[in-house]
Write a protein that binds this ligand. Structure first.
Ligand code: PEP
Length: 251
């Protein structure tokens, strides 16, 4: 039984004061015994303050990125061990904006996955896909090739610590979500690839998320699909009332 997972991705939005206000508002509306796990990926600048503010509520505060070394001469980078130390349990890796603006390759993402796991941070690894690739049917090769490299060298036990998000780049921030059927197709492909490289047990255990213009109105249809265990949400995760609606999608 895979626990449903609603993950917000704030990107480079919100001030420190707005971030704390969000936690206070969400804490009031988040049931302590929810069967849905919830998290928001936020700036490392105020992550620790948010962790403190969220101490009595089940909201996970997570990182948006890390570097692939734990410490050293890497000016401006975020250390995995320090992110864990200040209270994060999860980290997003390989988001399409990291791939596009910071030229992160799958080899780099793989090193980051290893560095996260080394300190007990659980990675949510994003795979992207473009409309052009989808139109030509090339998305299968593309999604599989990303996963093969991103997961290279992970043991069975390490695989149980990760989640994978299928995020068509044409659906991110555009207001046009993939249909539930398209999203299921991408998530199924990811699970099958994990089964091919590992085994059915791991493929059945691992959580696969869909991301791309998810909102309170379309989440239930997406979550009803067999291979979609969660959602990764940008815009609709920024306001506490909308985030709470996402987490309470079953009501
Ligand atoms: C994202 O940032 O990963 C994302 C899916 O954004 P949005 O929900 O705004 O499309």
């Amino acid at each position: 039984m895979r626990t449903p997972f609603v993950v917000g991705n704030w990107k480079m939005n919100k001030t420190a004061a707005e971030a704390i206000q969000f936690v206070q508002e969400v804490a009031k509306g988040l049931p302590s015994q929810s069967i849905v796990e919830s998290a928001v990926a936020v700036s490392p600048l105020y992550l620790q303050s948010m962790v403190t503010a969220a101490k009595d509520c089940p909201l996970e505060i997570m990182g948006e990125n890390i570097f692939y070394e734990q410490s050293g001469a890497y000016t401006g980078e975020v250390s995995p061990q320090v992110l864990k130390e200040v209270g994060a349990n999860y980290v997003l890796l390989g988001h399409s904006e990291r791939r596009m603006y910071f030229h992160e390759s799958d080899e780099i993402i793989n090193r980051k996955v290893m560095a996260a796991l080394e300190v007990g941070l659980k990675p949510i690894i994003c795979c992207d896909e473009t409309m052009g690739r989808q139109a030509t049917g090339d998305q299968i090769h593309w999604v599989v090739s990303q996963i093969l490299t991103d997961l290279r060298g992970l043991t069975d036990e390490q695989m149980k610590q990760i989640a994978i998000a299928y995020e068509p780049s044409w659906a991110i921030g555009t207001g046009t979500s993939a249909t539930a059927e398209q999203a299921e197709e991408g998530c199924y492909l990811i699970r099958q690839t994990v089964a091919d490289i590992y085994n059915d047990e791991i493929a059945n255990e691992i959580r696969v998320l869909y991301g791309g213009s998810v909102n309170p109105d379309n989440i239930a249809d997406l979550m009803a699909k067999r291979d979609i265990d969660g959602v990764l949400v940008g815009n609709a995760s920024l306001q506490s009332d909308s985030f709470l609606k996402l987490v309470n999608y079953q009501k």
